[in-house]
Design a protein around this ligand. Structure first.
Ligand SMILES: Nc1nc2c(ncn2[C@@H]2O[C@H](COP(=O)(O)OP(=O)(O)OP(=O)(O)O)[C@@H](O)[C@H]2O)c(=O)[nH]1
Ligand SMILES: [Mg+2]
Ligand SMILES: [Zn+2]
Length: 303
């Protein structure tokens, strides 16, 4: 008997990294012990036993999940599909140039991370292509609300050591638009390791709402990088309109000071959030994202 981490799965064959580092293919045993009826997902920590016939391994137990990245059906309150279990952080990658950065898209990724109670950090890559002051102007606000921001360049090596340190021993979901340098970064961080992160989401999931299985890549110093279908659409992840304000840390910090308990922070009187926007303490651009995402979440709840 040993433990392992599920790396990926296809048609009932689960690839599991055993505690000793070896990869084995395992089948789910009929009566798997688990808490609360969870279904096995990529990222799950499991107990493995060698099959009776000596022909392979069987998963006999799913261990407690410390977190999960899940899609919920917005029309129902219960029922979710776990895409990856035991995720420690979302790493949202943008480029300072080529392509131009897109903070509104970053806000979407951060909301999905928050809705799943997963930490997030921001990487601004290709800082060799423009003035770093511009990166700080665009992304400094994120650091102030609590998301670590890494300025990196695969060309000059800037920021790579700090980013590598942030990935050690953790399970990190990399996300970001095509062409920002996700694959380049991972290859610069781990030379010799072939990581194709980003391609699955970009090619297979384009414009479709299909679910493509997630994939865990073990890292040489411990930890994993996860490939998932893109985290683009809020509606698709079932982020609820109720409590969307909790997914914005700067709104969450102020919402109890609003006059109305159900304040939407858009146009109510005595709204502490709008007052902070007026003072310049809360970013107006973030509020534009909030309003847009609120509308989208409401839309997807109508079906
Ligand atoms: N100047 C500069 N170019 C970079 C940097 N990092 C990556 N690039 C270039 O940007 C282009 C896209 O990089 P990729 O690593 O393929 O981007 P990606 O995010 O993996 O893209 P998808 O796989 O399509 O999602 C390549 O031509 C890289 O050489 C950087 O730090 N500076
Ligand atoms: Mg790529
Ligand atoms: Zn308010």
């Amino acid at each position: 008997m040993t433990r392992g981490v599920v790396l990926h799965g296809t048609g009932g064959a689960w690839h599991v990294q055993r505690e000793d580092g070896a990869d084995v293919v395992a089948a789910l045993r009929g009566r798997v012990k688990h808490e609360g009826g969870v279904k096995l997902a990529v990222g799950d920590e499991v107990v493995l036993v060698e099959d009776g016939q000596g022909s392979g391994w069987a998963i006999t137990e799913i261990l407690h999940r410390r977190s999960r990245l899940a899609r919920r059906d917005p029309a129902r309150t219960r029922g979710e599909r776990v895409i990856v279990a035991n995720v420690d952080q979302v790493v949202a990658v943008f480029a300072l140039r080529q392509p131009e950065p897109h903070p509104a898209m970053l806000d979407r990724f951060l909301v999905i991370a928050e809705a799943n109670a997963i930490a997030a950090r921001v990487v601004v890559n290709k800082v060799d292509l423009a003035d770093e002051a511009e990166a700080l102007r665009l992304f400094g606000a994120y650091e102030r609300i609590g998301y670590p921001v890494h300025l990196t360049s695969c060309r000059t090596g800037k920021g790579l050591d700090a980013l590598r340190a942030a990935l050690v021993g953790r399970t990190s979901v990399f996300t970001g638009p095509s062409g920002v340098g996700k694959s380049s970064l991972l290859n610069a961080l781990y030379p010799g390791l072939v990581l194709r992160v980003g391609e699955i989401s970009a090619s297979v999931n384009k414009g479709r709402h299909t679910t493509v299985g997630a994939f865990l890549h073990p890292l040489p110093d411990g930890g994993f990088v996860v490939d998932t279908p893109g985290l683009r659409e809020i509606g698709m992840w079932g982020v609820p309109s109720q409590g969307l304000d909790d997914c914005f840390p700067e709104i969450r910090a102020l919402r109890d000071e609003c006059r109305f308990a159900d304040c939407s922070h858009l146009n109510e009187p005595a709204c502490a959030v709008q007052a902070a926007v007026a003072r310049g303490d809360v970013s107006a651009a973030r509020m534009v994202s909030y309003e847009k995402l609120l509308e989208e979440a409401k839309q997807s709840e109508r079906y």
